[in-house]
Design a protein around this ligand. Structure first.
Ligand SMILES: Nc1nc2c(c(=O)[nH]1)N[C@H]1C(S)=C(S)[C@@H](COP(=O)(O)OP(=O)(O)OC[C@H]3O[C@@H](n4cnc5c(N)ncnc54)[C@H](O)[C@@H]3O)O[C@H]1N2
Ligand code: MOO
Length: 409
């Protein structure tokens, strides 16, 4: 049977980057950039006044001058007027362009003002002199130069990135289009959420779970439910395989008499990449791909199995098709320390539900959660991650460092 490592490798081998689409920048929040954005001007684009006060020529300060006549006042957003008298000052506001003939700004807090009653001229006396030329001036190109690469293709557009894109005038940007995902539950025992189930029935919960989890990584989803009926599956699956980037199914993949999916999918031209992985939960996991078109994750139907296998295989795949591999964030596991001894006999990779907690010393501790197996849907509520215990070991003592897949913060 296929190891988890090999299954992971084969799933990753089907990753194809989705094509870009063009969006107005305000609509691009949370999307992956697909073009390089460079500085169209220097950062800052001019010598920017950084404090409200007066602009002077530092040479005057250096010679011991302490009183300056105010020539004029300049606000941010006004084109600057050169200051012709090197011994005078321009009253100036934060964000204004430093006028020619000045090189230093002294803030109001370091000045005293007086007005000459006869001439009406205003004067500023320097109480705390600036230490160096350029004081309180954010010099042109101090941060970045025109042409510098600021946001490489593959960047996630969060708040800071959007602001940088706005400042370089990227009114329209190329971003990865959303993955389109069909979520399909199968099973005759499953009834709609609002229905009162008969004693032998249960409500459909897997489809909603998969839909929510897929949408959290940017997918546009549509959900479907099909009964365990070969004709129904044969009739309905082909359209989904045409229209979606991925079809994620739950149920109908193990050895039961109504587990038709692997056969039907193969008949419909989906190449089986693997069936059954050396893992628990999720041994019956079936994965396939169409030569041109959808990838199929047919996840085992037990709810914890569906959930864990989505987070272990489908979620990283959905993230990878949205961005160049070089820019992948850490979609993988984080190292965590097992808090108590655990034993697991079968020669299977074991995905163990745990609650991750930061200890006082900052270490990430993994507390195993009481769980009744892959049918125990409610066990997902108390946990926030699962550990990946390798198959070749039976006893894992407290203190062992293991990969932890987080599904909740
Ligand atoms: N003879 C064997 N039997 C089973 C094996 C095996 O290897 N040999 N594997 C077991 C394992 S492991 C799992 S997991 C299940 C998975 O089987 P299927 O993928 O075929 O899933 P179903 O039989 O359709 O359903 C299993 C279980 O989950 C419930 N379920 C299914 N879909 C939903 C849904 N959308 N919402 C809520 N609950 C759902 C379903 O009612 C069943 O109780 O097979 C074992 N059997
Ligand atoms: O996938 Mo199964 O959960 O091992 O019961």
């Amino acid at each position: 049977m296929l190891s988890v490592e090999e299954a992971t490798r084969r799933v990753a081998a089907t990753v194809r980057l989705l094509p870009p689409e063009f969006l107005a920048l305000p609509l691009a929040a949370g999307r992956i950039l697909r073009e390089d954005l460079r500085a169209d001007r220097d950062f800052p684009p001019f010598n920017r006044v950084a404090m409200d006060g007066i602009a002077v020529c530092f040479a005057a300060i250096a010679t011991g001058q302490t009183e300056f006549q105010i020539e004029r006042t300049q606000f941010a957003g006004q084109p600057p007027t050169p200051q012709l008298d090197p011994l005078a000052a321009t009253e100036i506001m934060t964000g204004a362009m430093l006028p020619e003939g000045t090189d230093t700004v002294i803030r109001y807090e370091d000045l005293l003002f007086r007005t000459d009653e006869v001439t009406g001229h205003r004067y500023a006396t320097v109480v705390v002199p600036p230490i160096h030329t350029g004081h309180n001036v954010h010099a042109q190109a101090a941060d970045r130069r025109q042409g510098d690469l600021l946001l490489p293709a593959g960047t996630y557009l969060g708040a800071a990135e959007l602001a940088v894109a706005a400042t370089v005038g990227a009114a329209t940007v190329a971003v990865t289009r959303f993955p389109r995902v069909a979520v399909v539950s199968t099973g005759d025992e499953l009834v709609p959420i609002a229905t009162r189930p008969l004693p032998h029935q249960i409500r459909r919960s897997n489809a909603l779970m998969l839909q929510a989890a897929a949408e959290q990584v940017g997918a546009i989803t549509q959900t479907f439910h099909f009964d365990d009926d070969v004709a129904v599956l044969q009739q309905n699956l082909p359209a989904l395989l045409e229209q979606f980037d991925a079809v994620i199914l739950s149920g109908g993949v193990s050895k039961g008499k109504a587990d038709f999916l692997p056969e039907v999918l193969r008949e419909l031209g989906v190449e089986q990449v693997f069936h059954e992985v050396q893992q628990r939960p999720g041994k019956p996991f079936w994965f396939g791909k169409r030569p041109e078109g959808a990838v199929v994750f047919a996840l085992p139907g037990n709810p914890v199995s569906t959930f864990v296998n989505f987070y272990r295989y489908a979620r990283p795949w959905l993230l990878a098709i949205q961005q160049p591999a070089t820019a992948l964030p850490s979609t993988g596991p984080v190292p965590a320390i097992l808090a108590t001894d655990v034993s697991f006999r079968p020669k299977l990779t074991h995905f163990l539900l745990v609650r991750l907690e930061h200890a006082a010393n900052g270490q990430l501790l993994a507390h195993p959660e009481r769980a009744g197996g892959s049918g125990d849907l409610a066990s997902l509520l108390a946990s926030n991650a699962f550990l990946e215990l390798p198959p070749e070991q039976e006893l894992f003592s407290a203190g062992t460092v293991l990969p932890a897949w987080r599904f909740r913060d």
